[in-house]
Design a protein around this ligand. Structure first.
Ligand SMILES: NC(=O)C1=CN([C@@H]2O[C@H](COP(=O)(O)OP(=O)(O)OC[C@H]3O[C@@H](n4cnc5c(N)ncnc54)[C@H](OP(=O)(O)O)[C@@H]3O)[C@@H](O)[C@H]2O)[C@@H](O)CC1
Ligand SMILES: [K+]
Length: 506
């Protein structure tokens, strides 16, 4: 699913109006009806008073249509029209006239300087002050109003985007804090970054029937990775295949005291479907691997405690390195040897990334299409700090292009930047996965997919999606609190099943 800028969304809007064709007033009616249907399902209690705060633009117009439709559905609605400026949009004016009269809907205009409105505790507040037309930070009285609403013990819902939040740049002024945001047609970039989590809340996106041709033509480098795309990446497993067909993955991971990370990655690789998985480990870990993971094979390093020797690489279709590796001098040397020797893309995680961040030449020497899987701190060590998540995302895309690598930045919406400048935000996963070892499993899954012959791009996208989906499937038995990293490989089977079913549907 594409992620478009506010300016592009305006173009989609205009294209739809001209080519469907449909009047802008009717399109507003359709959008707001879609919102209202969702709201009635989400908040079925008609006794709860609904307070809609409208500005002056088309977002406010949506608010007015929703007021009318909710009233006709039996809700007790009050509209607060905020006199932000005299330049009200035409469709706003038209819908103001269409509000049922004779006090059926309570209407209270608010002008700058008025006392802040008092609302009952059980109220549902709908924010239709500003939408994607926001063109400056919200300050002064209207900022105070938003802060006042944020401070009330009420339910808060935003239409399209919370007021004050920019769709495609970092927000600086005051913003509405929605518990839930209902967006039209496509998700906004702002929804995907932690800095807006408290503003956007839980978000939903639904089509309002913008013209498919216009959406297909819209040029963007940002995508939301959904089941619909992920299932097209999944390949069938042939009946007459054998373990050799599905590739041999080598994981160079673990050191004295850090073998858990290596084992978790190996379980990820095995459950991802790799035919064979070898763990290259220091001598001391031999018994641990053989006992804990009989399905894995062992490649022993000459050193007792850490990685120091690059094994023969010919036998392996994919190599992952870094989880629990340590950063000793001998290990650093061995990593640079590996980078010099490998002619296939590598999967690099954790300590492999930490070592690279102290030796930038290694980054330049990486085989093209290598996959780096940093968490935010590792990303910062590698590429430096940024003032906000929008800038960090731009840097991620720039670095992926510059070095010809795939950068998987882990988070609630893990983003995958490709060497061609595209980036994908993942849609699966949950807060239970923010637990030690979860990233190691991901590195293992991606290496396992690479070994099976998936392209680096497909391995990164599918690996991230399946990892999140397995985390979601694990919640059938666990809670977000109780989920541990080992539950993720165990639930990969369910995740594969679910994605295959989706493939048959789409
Ligand atoms: N796209 C679609 O497909 C569809 C879109 N629809 C809806 O339209 C919404 C976009 O509508 P929109 O363009 O009228 O913008 P919106 O945010 O309502 O108003 C902005 C106005 O506020 C002002 N203003 C801006 N910032 C300000 C500030 N900080 N402080 C004070 N004032 C400020 C600015 O006026 P200015 O002062 O600059 O003259 C401007 O006039 C979209 O979110 C969706 O809900 C659906 O109805 C149909 C399908
Ligand atoms: K809004």
């Amino acid at each position: 699913m594409k992620i478009c800028s506010a300016a592009q969304i305006r173009e989609l809007d205009a294209y739809t109006i001209n080519h469907e064709p449909i009047s802008s007033l009717e399109l507003m009616e359709r959008a707001a009806a879609c919102f209202t249907r969702w709201l009635i399902q989400a908040y079925p209690d008609q006794q709860r008073p609904v307070h809609i705060f409208c500005g002056i633009g088309n977002n406010a117009g949506d608010g007015l249509v929703a007021a009318r439709l909710l009233h006709h559905s039996g809700y007790d609605v009050r509209v607060h029209t905020c006199r932000i400026s005299p330049n009200r949009s035409e469709d706003f004016e038209a819908n103001l006239k269409r509000l049922p009269g004779h006090g059926a809907i309570g209407a209270s205009p608010i002008a700058e300087g008025d006392p802040m409105p008092e609302l009952p505790e059980e109220a549902l507040v709908i924010d239709a002050l500003f939408g994607s037309g926001l063109n400056r930070p919200v300050k002064g009285y209207w900022g105070d109003l938003l802060q006042h609403l944020n401070g009330l013990n009420v339910n808060r819902v935003a239409i399209d985007i919370p007021s004050g939040v920019y769709a495609d740049q970092s927000t600086t002024g005051v913003a509405f804090h929605a518990h839930r945001t209902f967006a039209f047609e496509l998700p906004k970039l702002a929804f995907l970054f932690p800095e807006n989590a408290e503003r956007v809340g839980q978000w939903t996106v639904r089509s309002i029937g913008l013209h498919p041709e216009a959406i297909a033509q819209a040029e963007t480098s940002n995508y939301y990775l959904t089941e619909e795309t992920a299932c097209t990446l999944l390949r069938p497993r042939a009946k007459f295949s054998h373990k050799g067909t599905h590739g041999h993955a080598l994981l160079i991971m673990g050191s004295y005291g850090k073998m858990g990370a290596a084992l978790l990655a190996a379980r990820g690789a095995l459950r991802s479907g790799a035919g064979l998985v070898s763990l290259h480990v220091p001598k001391i870990s031999y018994n641990i691997v053989q006992t804990a993971l009989p399905e894995a094979m062992v490649s022993l390093d000459g050193h007792e405690l850490q990685f120091t020797e690059v094994p023969q690489l010919d036998a392996y279709q994919a190599i992952g390195i870094g989880c629990g590796l340590g950063q000793g001098t001998l290990t650093q040397k061995a990593l640079s040897q590996l980078i010099a020797l490998a002619d296939q893309p590598l999967v690099l995680d954790a300590d492999a990334l930490n070592i690279i961040s102290t030796q930038p030449d290694l980054l330049k020497a990486l085989p093209s299409q290598s996959i780096l899987t940093p968490h935010p701190k590792e990303f910062e060590r590698l590429f430096g700090p940024t003032p906000n998540h929008f800038k960090r995302h731009e840097l991620q895309i720039r670095k992926a292009r510059e070095h010809g690598v795939i950068i998987v930045l882990k988070g609630a919406h893990t983003s995958i930047a490709l060497p061609n400048g595209r980036s994908y935000f993942n849609s699966t996963g949950n807060a239970g996965m923010a637990t030690g070892g979860s990233g190691d499993v991901l590195a293992g899954i991606i290496t396992g997919l690479l070994a099976q012959g998936y392209t680096p791009e497909a391995a990164a996208l599918l690996g991230v999606f399946l990892h999140g989906l397995a985390g979601d499937c694990a919640l059938q038995r666990e809670s977000e609190e109780s989920l541990i990293a080992g539950d993720i490989p165990d639930a990969l089977g369910l995740a594969y099943q679910q994605l295959r079913k989706a493939g048959n549907r789409h």
